[in-house]
Design a protein around this ligand. Structure first.
Ligand code: GLN
Length: 305
């Protein structure tokens, strides 16, 4: 695997720095676009890496996979009364569809859908307790107590979050959100601002590649049917209006974030995290997607075999 990853890194080298950094979040605009990292966690829990795979980056929307996992644990399938599971075919922060569909977001991986999920995660302890539970979960899965929220990124996103605030208020008007808008957004901005390295992220997502079980401890993180469903939502909705293209090129469930990270799940094989900050038009890491294509080319991993 180390050799494969070195080959993947060499294959994307000529493209390093391609794509456009997400500068609508000022704290992200300063990142060097030439960063590249890849890590693969395998069945034995070993994490192989190349490039800047120990450097934490802003995982942004990749957090939506983990909040979905925790919200399904907390409220069960009743979650689907408030959020759909169809691809949206529009941008992650689009508002038009919401009006047509009476405030119920298409899926949990676009911004409004993730806000509904976050709302459902918030209980008695408010937003702080929800974030603390998420951190506990990620630290436990990654086996690394060092995972933190980057407060500067969260603050930067909140300060410039007019569009997300509009989406949340719009849903509030339809009665879809139970908590106060600012409470939901305070948790939403913080989970998007989680800083993780590719190594931590690949390890944290490993249970999704093994039917909800941690392959090392054998512990059930979630029932197998839930893990499969999360993978199916990632496959169809993980990259917004670019999800079809990603499925076509990579053939694995994945989730991208505007920090330039992508988490991809190879069922039965392992979990892969890539990071390169430059994005394509839909907000998926341009070089990250190329790297995943190069990886599946060499490993033969696909959900379609
Ligand atoms: N925090 C970002 C936002 O809400 C997440 C978007 C993304 O990663 N696609 O705009």
């Amino acid at each position: 695997m180390e050799e494969v990853l070195a080959e993947v890194a060499a294959a994307v080298e000529p493209h390093r720095g391609a794509g456009k950094i997400a500068d609508y979040i000022p704290a992200l605009a300063r990142i060097d676009p030439r960063h590249f990292a890849i890590a693969v966690a395998d069945r034995e829990g070993r994490v192989h890496g190349a490039g800047d795979c120990d450097l934490p980056f802003s995982i942004q929307s990749i957090s939506k996979v983990f909040t979905l996992a925790l919200a399904l644990e907390r409220v069960g399938s009743g979650l689907w009364d408030r959020v759909g599971r169809e691809p949206s075919g529009s941008a992650f922060n689009s508002i038009v569809q919401l009006e047509h569909e009476q405030g119920k977001p298409r899926n949990p991986l676009i911004n409004p859908g993730a806000m509904v999920v976050t709302d459902q995660l918030i209980g008695e302890g408010g937003a702080d307790a929800a974030i603390a539970r998420l951190l506990d979960f990620l630290r436990a899965q990654a086996g690394d107590p060092g995972i933190e929220v980057d407060a500067e990124v969260a603050e930067s996103e909140s300060r410039t979050g007019a569009r997300n605030r509009s989406l949340a208020w719009f849903m509030k008007s339809f009665g879809i959100l139970g908590n106060d808008v600012e409470t939901v957004l305070s948790a939403y901005f913080r989970h998007c601002a989680l800083a993780m390295s590719c190594r931590q992220l690949a390890r944290a997502g490993l249970f999704l590649a093994f039917d909800g079980r941690d392959p090392v401890s054998g512990r059930e993180v979630m029932p197998w049917h839930r893990a499969r469903r999360i993978n199916s939502v990632m496959m169809l909705c993980g990259h917004y209006d670019n999800s079809g293209e990603f499925a076509f090129r990579v053939g694995l469930p994945g989730k991208s974030g505007v920090g330039g990270g992508i988490l991809a799940i190879a069922p039965g094989h392992g979990s892969v995290a890539v990071w390169s900050p430059g994005l394509n038009e839909a907000g998926t890491s341009a070089v990250g997607a190329l790297a995943l294509e190069a990886l599946v080319d060499r490993t033969g991993w696909s959900v379609f075999v």
